[in-house]
Design a protein around this ligand. Structure first.
Ligand code: NAD
Length: 491
């Protein structure tokens, strides 16, 4: 079922026990956000579909968990090669169902593939510990054991990368894994699963079930699922965390965000302005790492505003497949309407509208969900646009007296996913580093996205759980430690 990258594409299928089959329940069209056209259709998986996947996963786990680790990572090496060989095609599919640009889609794939690479190091990463003579005549050894079938329920905004925050680590550690991708852009996941099928995993080790809320609930309630990873909005993350935990499962639930940039008087302002625009507007602002509240020291506020507006006005809005495009389409008309409502709220609450992106038109794509960069000045920290996640190319500028006040603004947020600081002052950087309540902090880096060998996850309402995505945290999430206490008395 190899997809040509020109839609419409066949209906999206589940991948269960090494075979393709249609989800049982009615679902919805997959729409190209730039054209408004239906490009595929995704059915939703019933309780029975989920049960079939879990049972296949449990059967596969018996053999897979006992396989030598060196053999378990071979399909991952193969998968890395396949993902790289097919990255152009994957990126084109992704653009057509998500709306972002080709460059952004390729960047996303690269970040996903990094996780496959890191998981290939599981033979070293999975080792626990050994201590001879831990007690008289006793040696103690800790080992990490896989647990069974895990699932990940993922967000629409990085439909290729986010599944790879989990999948490679789950299977490399010896578990079986079921992905439930976003129903809004499920085609790239299906294409990736075609490559997974080629990579040589035994049937049932890696599976795909499509669907919406009911499918998620079937996964959360199934006794055969050991643990749940979730990436999505905060209200849903909270629901998932509570329901999965109430059912006795391990759970890590990554939620929404509201991220800040701090610009100090010593910053390279041109660089900071350029990075601020890319941080806030890349992927149409639909990123959990988008920094859209920009807190600027008063002494450089006016100069920074001018530089930022210059950068914002230079952005080209258009179809993601067009290589001239800087900012693509938003995921749905409903989401675009929500972002427009947020802009209206900003105006109503008294923020100063410095650049209005609402009247943007993209020739030839009149039915697309487009919005240009929108910049507000003199935003107050209590305004809705300064507190709530917008998930669109909207920036709020906020003048402050000094770095202490900037940190105070940042820490008042309910969220704690990320922040960035632009400065030439080591003292200011140290102060922010020691006091900012965020999980990821960039210094002179607009988007604080850690490499795959570091964990990725936010604080406060941006995350529910303890072990985050990526890196070593994933090893702990997917295994339990067993300790052998050994004594061999002489006969
Ligand atoms: P979403 O919460 O609407 O959906 C995420 C997933 O949950 C989807 O697979 C969806 O099918 C499922 N879902 C939706 N409603 C549900 C419900 N009531 N019960 C059970 N399952 C449900 O999120 P989205 O719109 O796809 O993604 C955007 C959000 O994800 C933003 O808030 C963004 O900040 C967040 N996000 C966070 C991170 C992070 O690492 N913290 C990364 C990417 C995206």
């Amino acid at each position: 079922m190899v997809l040509d990258t020109t839609p419409p594409w066949d209906d999206v299928q589940n991948y269960i026990n090494g075979g393709w089959r249609a989800p049982s329940d009615d679902g919805e069209d997959v729409i190209n956000p730039a054209t408004g056209e239906a490009i595929s259709y995704v059915g939703f998986s019933s309780e029975d579909d989920v049960d079939a996947a879990v049972q296949a996963g449990q059967e596969a786990f018996e053999e897979w968990s006992q396989r030598p680790v060196e053999e378990r990572i071979q399909p991952l090496f193969e998968l890395k090669q396949l993902l790289e060989a097919h990255q152009d095609e994957l990126a084109e599919i992704l653009v057509q169902e998500h709306g972002k640009t080709v460059a952004e889609a390729k960047g996303e794939l690269r970040r996903g593939i990094e996780n496959v690479e890191v998981a290939c190091g599981i033979p070293s990463m999975m080792q626990a510990g050994h201590l001879p003579n831990a007690a008289p005549d006793i040696d103690e050894t800790a080992v990490r054991k896989p647990l069974g079938v895990f699932t990940a329920i993922t967000a629409f905004n990085f439909p290729a990368m986010i599944p790879l925050w989990f999948l490679p680590y789950a299977v490399a550690t010896g578990n079986a894994f079921i992905l439930k991708p976003s129903e809004q852009d499920p085609v790239v996941a299906q294409r990736m699963f075609e490559l997974i099928d080629e990579a040589g995993f035994p049937d049932g080790v890696v599976q795909l079930v499509n669907g919406g809320v009911d499918t998620v609930n079937s996964l959360l309630d199934h006794d055969g699922i050991e643990g749940v990873s979730f990436v999505g909005s905060t209200p849903v993350a909270r629901i998932i965390y509570e329901r999965a935990a109430a059912n006795g499962k391990r759970v890590q639930a990554q939620g929404g965000a509201k991220n800040h940039i701090i610009v100090t008087e010593t910053a390279n302002l041109e660089f900071a302005a350029r990075k601020t625009i890319s941080s806030a507007c890349a992927c149409g602002g639909e990123r959990c790492l988008a920094n859209d509240v920009v807190v600027v020291e008063e002494g450089v506020y006016e100069e920074f505003v001018d530089l930022l507006l210059e950068e914002a006005e230079a952005q080209t809005i258009g179809y993601g497949l067009d290589t001239d495009t800087d900012i693509g389409a938003l995921i749905t008309p409903e989401h675009e309407a929500r972002v427009r409502d947020m802009i209206a709220t900003g105006i109503d609450e008294g923020a100063e509208l410095l650049l209005d992106g609402r009247d943007v038109e993209v020739e030839g794509y009149e039915d697309g969900n487009f919005l240009g960069p929108t910049v507000f000045g003199n935003v107050d920290p209590e305004m809705t646009i300064a507190r709530e996640e917008i998930f669109g190319p909207v920036i709020g500028l906020l003048p402050v007296g000094d770095v202490d006040e900037a940190i105070d603004v940042l820490n008042r947020s309910d969220f704690g996913n990320a922040a960035s600081l632009f400065t030439s002052s080591g003292a200011d950087a140290r102060k922010v580093r020691h006091n900012a309540d965020v999980g990821n902090l960039g210094v002179n880096a607009g988007t604080a996205a850690p490499m795959a060998f570091f964990h990725f996850g936010g604080w406060k309402d941006s995350f529910f759980g303890d072990l985050h995505a990526q890196g070593k945290d994933m090893i702990y999430f997917y295994t339990d430690e067993q300790v052998y206490i050994e004594r061999w008395p002489d006969a």
